[in-house]
Design a protein around this ligand. Structure first.
Ligand code: BGC
Length: 449
């Protein structure tokens, strides 16, 4: 009998899912996102409300992660619960997080904890949030408290989720609070978030020298609509540099690339201030040069005929499902950082309510991760976004990223086929022919090419 082909992952590879406090916990009424919703900024009219109720029942979802053979799970702490008013700390909140992290550890699931995932307390937002450098001390003080309270249960920290997305969505596109359209302020916020990471990094190093500490960026690729057109090519390069690579470089060297460095101060003590690179990857966009669109950096975005797409939301278009992009991003992060640190895929996922594209997408993206590892790129873990459907920011309940479906009204969970697939891969630490055959036979050639 012919031997089955398989893509085996390295021993100790971390397999898990990622999520955030606001999107999952429920009952968060003390941060700027709650206020944003009350002000009517969610077009569908959806409310986060009880979310998926993790504040009360996260453990039953952790059990589902355990059944999937996951050995890691990323969640975030809600700063607005921990420090509801400036300088006051809620110990009961720490108790709840301690129970959650203990439960994960009892299930042999490594907790990966994000300290800031888009939300912050109202009092901090009202002081101007990350737009003011002066406010960074509040963030670092909160981080210090959090580490002191939880360091016996967690040694893997993500300081800040996607500074680039936060800056663009909140200060350029106006889709996240405070809803501004101010490029210069966006750049300052981006710089301050990166500075906040550096300061948090050193604070955590002092308290927990053995911890692994990093931040994650969303890496979005931009390709020219016409690869032969120099204008399309430079438009795509400009978008990609601005969105993805400028922040990575600034994180590495402290300096933003020209011309951003004319507008933004350097990041002090940035060099070396991370133990790994957190890579979030979702999509790529096609760009066509258009002189009538200066506000879009002269690039019109295009959909490629024949490509497979995520479900769109009312506010965000989740874009193309483009597996080779994950390989390209991993390689580029590795090369641009001269291979100086391990890489973790801290988010990758698909909005696909009917789960008819996700199984194949998971397989083809993981085949790219395997290829990257085979090329010597030290990728040490993969966290799928997300374990269960959750509140997708401005798109509310309108798009579904979960391996497991949730009805937010009844809180009922129904595992999608993708959960079966992901579980099979995690348990085997491999993609086998039998797994592909069972879940997405159409992916066979791509996976084993
Ligand atoms: C964010 C998540 C979000 C996901 C899907 C990521 O950029 O970190 O909070 O749910 O994308 O849109």
């Amino acid at each position: 009998m012919a031997r089955q082909r398989m893509l085996l992952f390295p021993e100790g590879f971390l397999w898990g899912t990622a999520s955030s406090s606001y999107q999952c916990e429920g009952g968060n009424t003390n941060n700027q996102w709650y206020r944003w919703e009350q002000q009517g900024h969610i077009r569908s009219g959806d409310r986060c409300a009880e979310a998926v109720n993790w504040w009360k029942r996260a453990e039953s979802d952790f059990a589902l992660a355990e059944q999937m053979g996951n050995n890691a799970l990323r969640l975030s702490l809600e700063w607005s619960r921990i420090e509801p008013t400036e300088g006051c700390w809620d110990n009961e909140v720490f108790d709840r997080y301690r129970t959650m992290l203990t439960d994960l550890r009892n299930r042999h699931i490594k907790p990966i904890v994000t300290l800031h995932h888009f939300t912050e307390p109202l009092w901090f937002a009202d002081l101007g949030g990350f737009a003011h450098e002066d406010n960074l001390r509040f963030f670092v003080r909160y981080v210090t408290h959090a580490i002191q309270g939880l360091k016996d249960l967690c040694d893997f920290w993500i300081t800040i989720n996607e500074p680039n997305v936060y800056a663009v969505q909140a200060y350029v596109l106006g889709l996240y609070p405070p809803g501004e359209h101010n490029l210069v302020r966006a750049l300052h916020v981006l710089r301050n978030l990166m500075q906040a990471h550096v300061e948090a990094f050193y604070a955590i190093c002092d308290l927990q020298p053995e911890a692994q500490i990093g931040y994650c960026l969303d890496y979005r690729l931009f390709d020219p609509t016409n690869a032969l057109s120099p204008l399309d090519r430079s438009g795509a390069r400009l978008h990609e540099t601005f969105f993805s690579w400028a922040t990575l470089q600034a994180g590495e060297t402290g300096r933003f690339t020209f011309p951003l460095n004319m507008l933004i101060a350097p990041i002090a003590h940035a060099a070396g201030a991370r133990d790994y690179h957190g890579v979030n990857y979702y999509t790529r966009e096609m760009v066509h040069f258009d002189p009538t669109m200066p506000s879009e950096m002269f690039g019109r975005r295009f959909k490629l005929a024949g490509s497979v797409y995520n479900d769109p939301g009312l506010d965000n278009d989740y874009g193309e499902i483009y597996p080779p992009g994950l390989y390209r991003v991993l390689k580029s992060v590795y090369q641009r950082t001269r291979g100086n640190k391990p890489l973790y895929i801290t988010e990758n996922g698909f909005s696909d309510a009917f789960d008819d594209r996700r199984p194949r997408a998971i397989l083809e993206h993981l085949a790219m991760v395997h290829r990257a590892i085979g090329d010597g790129i030290p990728v040490q873990g993969y966290l799928h976004w997300s374990l269960v459907d959750n509140f997708e920011w401005t798109d509310g309940w309108g798009v579904r990223f979960g391996l497991i479906e949730v009805d937010p009204l009844t809180q009922e969970r129904i595992a999608r086929r993708s959960a079966g697939l992901f579980g099979a891969i995690c348990r085997a630490n491999a993609i086998t022919e039998a797994i592909v055959e069972c879940y997405a036979p159409g992916a066979m050639d791509v996976v084993f090419s």
